[in-house]
Design a protein around this ligand. Structure first.
Ligand SMILES: NC(=O)c1ccc[n+]([C@@H]2O[C@H](COP(=O)([O-])OP(=O)(O)OC[C@H]3O[C@@H](n4cnc5c(N)ncnc54)[C@H](O)[C@@H]3O)[C@@H](O)[C@H]2O)c1
Length: 427
C-alpha cells in the first residue's frame, strides 16, 4: 500500500501511468463532461468550495473528479464499494494531484469507512455520493460538519431511496439532489450501462456461454430490464422475478417468462439480482438450485444474496477463478457465487462504459454547480429535502450528447406548439 498522509492512500503508486492512459481513453468518450470542463475551467465557479466524494473509483469517475478540480474545487475522494476501485486509476489520481484519494480494490469494511472518514478531514462544504454512505457518515458520526455543508448529490437508486426515507423522517440536515432520477441518468446509465456491464462482469468471471442458458433476473426495473433484454439478445432464455405487477407485465410483453423465485430457483443456470432489496436469494433457493448454477448481484449493496445462508449450507468452498467461488452443497451440487455478491459489473468488470457515464456525470457536475448557486442565494433549497434534476437540464445534456454523436432533431414549429397546447382542438 502506498500512503502520503492526508493526501492519498492507494494500492501502488507505480500503477499511475497505466491509470492515466485509461483516464485519457475515458476522456475521449465523454464529450459532454469534457465540454463542461472546457467551459468552466476558465470561470472556475467551484473556486473556494471543497467537495468530498464517495463514488466508485473508475476511469470515468476520474474524469468527473478532474473536471470538478478544473472548475476550481478542492476535492477529496473515496470509493463507494470495497470491490470497485480500479487501482491503476486511483494511482493516477494520487499522482495527478486534482484530488486527495483514499481507495484500493479489496479493502475490508473497516478500511472502507476509514477512507470515508479521511475525505471528511478537510471539512467539505459539498458532498457527492453513490449509495449515501458519505452522507450517512456525516449525519451519524460527524453531525457537527453538516452545518457548513451547503448540499449534496446522490448517484444511485438505493441512495435516493435511503435519503428520501431519511428526509421523510425529518432527519436530513442538508438538501440533496437526486441525480439518479434524472432521465439522462436513470433511463440510460441504469438500463444500458448496467445492462451491458453486468453481462461483461459475468463473462469475465466465468467465460460461460449465455446462449441457451436459463438466465433469471430478479427485478425488472431500470437495471433489471437492461440486463434482461441484453441477455435475451445473446440468446438466453430469460426468466424475470418481480414483486410489482406492472413491471412483471412489461417483462411478459418483452417476451420474458415471469415466475416467483421459488420456481425460478429450480430451473435457473445464471441468477442476477437487480432489486436494491435484501434476501432475494436465500437458503431455500440454494437448496433447490441445479448443480452448476451461477449467481451474482448488480444491485448497490451485497445483501441481495444471503451469503451467510449459503455458507451455512456449504461443506466447503474454494476459489475457482478470479471473482468466482464454488460452494459445495448437499447432493454434491456445486454452485458459484461471483464477486462476493457485490456489484458484479464493477467488481468483476470495469463498471459502465464511458459513453453512458458521460451523461450521469454531466448531471453530477451541473448539480454541484447548482448547489453553489444555492450558496450564493441565486436559488433556494430547504435543508432536509431531496430535489430533482430540472427537466431543462435533462434536455440540455441529451441535446449535447446527440450533437456529439452527429445527430440532429426537429424543433416544434410555432403552429405545432400552439396545437400541442390547444385543448379545444379535436378531429
Ligand atoms: N450495478 C450498477 O452499476 C448499478 C447502477 C445503477 C443502479 N444500481 C443499483 O441497482 C439496484 C436497482 O436499481 P434500479 O434503478 O433498477 O431500481 P428500480 O426501482 O428501477 O427497479 C427495482 C425493481 O426491483 C423490483 N423488486 C423489488 N423487490 C423485489 C423482490 N423482492 N423480488 C423481485 N423484484 C423486486 C421492484 O419492483 C423494481 O421493479 C439499486 O440498488 C441501484 O442502486 C446498480
Amino acid at each position: 500500500m502506498d500512503e502520503k498522509k492526508g493526501v492519498y492512500k492507494v494500492r501502488d503508486i507505480k500503477l499511475a501511468d497505466a491509470g492515466r492512459r485509461q483516464i485519457e481513453w475515458a476522456e475521449s468518450r465523454m464529450p459532454v463532461l469534457m465540454a463542461l470542463r472546457e467551459k468552466y475551467s476558465k470561470s472556475k465557479p467551484l473556486s473556494g468550495y471543497k467537495i468530498a466524494g464517495c463514488l466508485h473509483v473508475t476511469k470515468e469517475t476520474a474524469v468527473l473528479i478532474e473536471t470538478l478540480a478544473a472548475a476550481g474545487a478542492e476535492v477529496s475522494w473515496s470509493g463507494c464499494n470495497p470491490l470497485s476501485t480500479n487501482d491503476e486509476v486511483a494511482a493516477a489520481l494520487a499522482v495527478g494531484g486534482a484530488t486527495q484519494i483514499f481507495a484500493w480494490y479489496g479493502m475490508n469494511v473497516e478500511e472502507f469507512y476509514w477512507c470515508i472518514d479521511r475525505t471528511l478531514d478537510f471539512k467539505p462544504n459539498l458532498t457527492l455520493d453513490d449509495g449515501a454512505d458519505l452522507i450517512f457518515t456525516v449525519h451519524n458520526k460527524y453531525p457537527n460538519l453538516a452545518a457548513d455543508i451547503i448540499g449534496g448529490t446522490e448517484e444511485t437508486t438505493t441512495g435516493v431511496h435511503r435519503l428520501r426515507a431519511m428526509a421523510d423522517d425529518g432527519k436530513m440536515m442538508y438538501p440533496v439532489i437526486a441525480v439518479n432520477d434524472a432521465e439522462t441518468k436513470w433511463d440510460f446509465d441504469n438500463v444500458y450501462g448496467t445492462g451491458q456491464s453486468t453481462l461483461d462482469g459475468i463473462i469475465r468471471a466465468t467465460s460461460v456461454l449465455l446462449a441457451g442458458k436459463n438466465v433469471v433476473v430478479a427485478g425488472y426495473g431500470h437495471c433489471g430490464k437492461g440486463v434482461a433484454t441484453r441477455a435475451k439478445g445473446m440468446g438466453a432464455n430469460v426468466i424475470v422475478t418481480e414483486v410489482k405487477a406492472t413491471a412483471a407485465l412489461k417483462a411478459t410483453l418483452e417476451g420474458m417468462q415471469v415466475m416467483p423465485m421459488d420456481e425460478a430457483a429450480k430451473v435457473g443456470d445464471i441468477f442476477i439480482t437487480a432489486t436494491g432489496v435484501k434476501d432475494i436469494l436465500v437458503g431455500r433457493h440454494f437448496d433447490s438450485m441445479k448443480d452448476g448454477a451461477i449467481f451474482c448481484n448488480t444491485g448497490h449493496y451485497d445483501c441481495e444474496i444471503n451469503i451467510p445462508d449459503l455458507e451455512e449450507r456449504s461443506a466447503n468452498h474454494r476459489q475457482i477463478r478470479t471473482n468466482c467461488e464454488e460452494y459445495l452443497l448437499s447432493g454434491n451440487r456445486r454452485v458459484y457465487l461471483l464477486a462476493q455478491g457485490r456489484l458484479v459489473n464493477l467488481a468483476a468488470a470495469e463498471g459502465h462504459p464511458s459513453e453512458v457515464m458521460d451523461m450521469s456525470f454531466a448531471n453530477q457536475f451541473m448539480s454541484q454547480l447548482r448547489l453553489v448557486r444555492v450558496d450564493k442565494g441565486e436559488e433556494i433549497m430547504e435543508r432536509g429535502k431531496v430535489y430533482d434534476i430540472p427537466v431543462e437540464q435533462d434536455q440540455e445534456i441529451a441535446g449535447v450528447k446527440l450533437s456529439t454523436q452527429g445527430f440532429k432533431i426537429d424543433t416544434l414549429t410555432e403552429e405545432q406548439l400552439a396545437y400541442s397546447l390547444d385543448y379545444a382542438a379535436g378531429t
